[in-house]
Design a protein around this ligand. Structure first.
Ligand code: 0XW
Ligand code: MG
Length: 368
């Protein structure tokens, strides 16, 4: 089976109930790129990548489409049954741009699963579970608003609440953490994620002011070096998110001993197959991690769930999808939705979803 067509679609995803706020950016809508691969046997595979704006990471929607367009002419004709060789082929055509390559990797795995009648989680080694814990990420807000939201989400079934912090007076963030703990302490795990938004001194100030609250500190500062500088001066375990842009960053973080786990975004790392290597290295060092992505609809969400199901239960922190903020599923029948704080793993072959092509935006470019 060989890839004979590659089609690129663009769709704006307005943030429902938004804007989505973090320390360095406020999103009212997210631009997603969907790709459709068609094989010479007529098999279809779907991929997607949706950077959460141009500031969150060194990634952006136009860049994704430009990189995919750069690769596409040389993807046509490649085997659709050898994901490792396809990845190496892409690396030989374009240096970096893992997030763009991820969309092609996801589509190729969807296609391969459908070809063999296997789910993507089975292609990745097998599912440990059919039901995955989600987490809820608040935005930046006031102590009253965020604690009320956290309480609502715990009542809805979530057992992990990520509070956004950073980019403002650290005293306000301290008040938010304390008020949230008052509301949900002992009922859910609390993560404080500054999205690279604090200086080392602000992060130390928040941690020491809340030393009696057992939260996990996510990406407290901008760089791994700043995190390393405060690592042994704060009172909380650390997970690294934005700093893990590739496998080598994960290896460096583990070697430097700067964190106790990771927030792993599947497209940032390069897709499902690249993420499997990171998963197995984390397992070798007992490093817990989330499985998530920046943003995206049912295609990215399904890929996240399939991947999350293959992680050792002792190491899977939680999964996250943008479904809470997106108006409609691409697949009206088997779209990905969270229920009571948990996701059900799709049952069908490949990703287990079939996007309705009237719901996936505008066809921009076709190759093959
Ligand atoms: C909570 N997220 C997964 C959603 C946005 O992509 C940001 C990200 C995070 O953990 O920072
Ligand atoms: Mg994060």
């Amino acid at each position: 089976m060989r890839i004979s067509e590659l089609h690129i679609y663009q769709k704006d995803l307005p943030v429902i109930g938004g804007p989505y706020t973090m320390s360095r950016s406020t999103l009212h809508s997210v631009d997603t790129t969907i790709i459709k691969l068609v094989s010479d046997t007529g098999q279809v595979g779907w991929g997607e990548v949706a950077p959460i704006g141009p500031v969150y990471q060194p990634q952006h929607a136009l860049g994704a489409r430009a990189a995919i367009s750069e690769l596409a002419p040389n993807i046509i004709g490649q085997s659709a049954q050898t994901p490792l060789l396809l990845r190496r082929h892409m690396d030989g055509l374009l240096n970096g741009h893992n997030y763009a390559k991820a969309a092609i990797d996801i589509a190729q795995m969807d296609m391969l699963g459908k070809h063999y009648g296997l789910r993507v989680c089975e292609l990745l080694g097998g599912a440990e579970t059919e039901r995955l814990p989600g987490y809820y990420a608040t935005g930046i807000g006031s102590p009253d608003d965020i604690s009320r939201l956290a309480d609502e989400k715990v009542s809805a079934g979530y057992r992990r609440i990520q509070i956004k912090a950073g980019g403002r007076d650290v005293e306000i963030d301290i008040a938010v953490v304390k008020k949230v703990w008052e509301k949900i302490g002992g009922k859910a795990q609390v993560i404080v994620d500054t999205n690279r938004g604090m200086t080392a001194s602000q992060a130390m100030c928040l941690s020491l002011a809340c030393r009696d609250i057992p939260f996990v500190f996510e990406q407290p500062c901008n760089t791994m070096e700043e995190v390393a500088a405060i690592r042994h001066q704060i009172a909380h375990p650390i997970i690294i998110d934005e700093n893990t842009e590739c496998l080598n960053d994960v290896l460096r973080a583990i070697a430097l001993g700067v964190c106790d786990g990771f927030g792993l975004k599947m497209t940032r790392i390069g897709g499902l197959n690249a993420m499997a290597t990171v998963r197995d290295i984390c397992a070798a060092r007992s490093m817990p991690h989330t499985v998530e992505d920046t943003w995206g609809g049912d295609i990215v969400a399904a890929a996240v769930l399939h991947f999350g199901a293959t992680v050792e239960p002792r190491l899977l922190e939680a999964v996250w999808t943008a479904g809470n903020y997106i108006e409609e599923n691409y697949d009206p029948e088997n779209g990905i939705n969270i229920n009571g704080g948990y996701f059900d793993l799709p049952r069908g072959p490949g990703l287990g979803i079939e996007p309705d092509e009237t719901r996936i935006g505008e066809l921009l470019t076709s190759f093959g």
